[in-house]
Design a protein. Structure first.
Length: 514
């Protein structure tokens, strides 16, 4: 088919439904001379969801236009983006992404033999690439790097150096994959413009950039792997698809931020060229649309009911998902899924149900009714400081506690200690003996009240609002908390950290944490 298309027809196919194209003239010039080389990259972090059908449908367009297409599994990028993917899971997640994306492409009829699949670390650890990273880092300002990654890299108050490197590495990928253009979402525009600005400084060509619009999720915001309610997973059951679509934002007549309608526009029409609204005969029966604008117009005029739109998308979506579900019923792929995305209840992610934060002791005094207890006010990043009662009188002076940064467990059930309710627990290292020694844990220097503590490599996850005391959750997890021989706090040999670094204590090597 591509051989029968003119350069203009290829250009129109390549650019249809895109929000923006940078370097149009370059694209047209290449298409006059030969087939376009384009790449799409995805960081192997959370599980791909149905919004991935949007770039997949564009990849189908590229292939129809005769393009040479490379798909990059950006494993190193996944780690650099605030460690969204633990290092020990990178290889497994690359394998999962490759299998699930190939299954998606097969589901929509894209021939895999015309695609090239590349893993980032296959070339990003080479001597040449590493030297180019250093060369680029000597040119790119901190301001430009931070600005470029603002909509892609996870933003935190104290950014890690890794996140600042991310945009430059993505720019270098264009040169090392030897492409004419990079394809991605419009949220990557600032990374693309950074590439256009800096690659020529290294003596490399400026590439063109093709940008998809950001498709709203089910809640009306961007569909995200980290927001369960916003997405439909590629392996969700028919029952889950129905339940999630039922809850999806789809207000009558409202065509803005409508994820259900956007899916029709950016996936179903490009793939099928038509869309069927299924409805009861008494409401006019089924209607086939061959132009998306007609669907949008009828929905805006409330000629299509949101329930009928959702039900029709449900049918079409299940047709796309069924081959993927079937493929992942294979024992080896079910095992791969469980290894790449382990059950949080069986991994270090389990620790993330604990709400451990950095705190600052703003006041400390003796408990009025107990000589062995301190009464502290600790700032944990909330509107008001929490009241905490600690049995530390015998181990540390008031002066040493005052204004000290500490670690605080915030989601235990409050309990009264000698008549005063303690609203959290101050975490300390301890070594039994005669005498017993106790030291508060120390967050990294520069930490601010309220910063979360996580297990190394498992910073994602949401803590429980309140731990159930009947299940003894804290007691079960606390058994595996300890201090290493380097005075670093650990859980099952993995470090406790904030975004700024390790949690430590002063001297109690080999101690326990409680």
């Amino acid at each position: 088919m591509a051989d029968q298309l003119s350069p203009d027809e290829k250009y129109n196919l390549i650019t249809r439904n895109l929000q923006e194209v940078l370097g149009e003239e370059k694209l047209k010039q290449v298409l006059q001379e030969r087939e376009l080389k384009v790449y799409w990259g995805t960081a192997t972090t959370g599980k791909p969801h149905v919004a991935y059908f949007v770039p997949m449908s564009k990849i189908a367009d590229f292939l129809k236009a005769g393009c040479e297409v490379t798909i990059l599994f950006a494993d190193l990028h996944a780690y650099l983006d605030n460690m969204k993917a633990p290092w020990e899971l990178l290889e497994l997640r690359v394998k999962y992404y490759e299998q699930v994306i190939k299954a998606m492409l097969e589901s929509i009829g894209v021939p895999l033999d015309r695609l090239k699949f590349v893993k980032g670390t296959d070339y990003q650890l080479s001597r040449e690439y590493t030297l180019d990273v250093y060369r680029l880092s000597s040119m790119v300002t901190e301001h430009d790097a931070k600005k470029a990654g603002a909509e892609v890299v996870k933003q935190v108050e104290h950014p890690l150096l890794s996140g600042l490197l991310y945009p430059g590495l993505q720019a270098l990928d264009e040169e090392y994959l030897k492409v004419d253009a990079q394809f991605g979402g419009v949220d990557q525009r600032k990374i693309f413009t950074l590439a256009e600005k800096y690659l020529p400084s290294l003596g490399y060509a400026k590439r063109a950039h093709l940008m998809n619009p950001m498709v709203p999720g089910l809640t009306g915001t961007k569909m995200s792997s980290s927001e369960e309610e916003s997405k439909i997973d590629l392996l969700d059951s028919k029952e889950d698809v129905k339940k999630k679509l039922k809850k999806a934002f789809c207000e009558p007549g409202n065509i803005q931020n409508n994820g259900v309608l956007s899916f029709v526009k950016h996936v179903l029409f490009p793939l099928r060229g038509e869309f069927c609204i299924k409805r009861d005969p008494k409401w006019g029966g089924d209607k086939i649309y061959t132009v998306f604008e007609d669907v949008e117009k009828d929905f805006a005029e409330e000629l299509i009911h949101p329930g009928d739109l959702k039900a029709s998308v449900e049918v079409a979506l299940n047709q796309l998902l069924q081959p993927i579900r079937k493929k992942f019923e294979l024992p080896e792929l079910r095992k791969l899924t469980s290894l790449a995305y382990p059950d949080p209840s069986k991994t270090s992610d389990r620790m993330q149900i604990l709400d451990i934060r950095v705190g600052k002791i703003v006041s400390v005094e003796k408990h009025p009714d107990a000589d062995s207890l301190y009464l502290e006010k600790i700032d944990v990043g909330e509107a008001e400081a929490r009241t905490v009662v600690s049995g530390l009188v015998a181990y540390i002076s008031q002066e040493d506690l005052q204004d000290r940064s500490v670690l605080v467990l915030c989601n235990l059930k409050p309990q009264k200690m000698r008549g005063i309710e303690s609203q959290a627990m101050l975490l300390c290292a301890s070594v039994e003996g005669d005498p017993r020694r106790v030291e508060p844990l120390d967050p990294p220097e520069g930490s601010s009240p309220g910063e979360r503590v996580f297990v190394e490599g498992y910073e994602t996850g949401k803590p429980d609002e309140r731990l159930n005391p009947k299940k003894k959750v804290w007691e079960k997890l606390q058994v595996d908390l300890n201090i290493s021989d380097e005075c670093v706090a650990q859980w099952k040999d993995k470090q406790l950290m904030t975004k700024l670094g390790q949690i430590t204590c002063k001297t109690l090597k080999g101690g326990n944490i409680s």
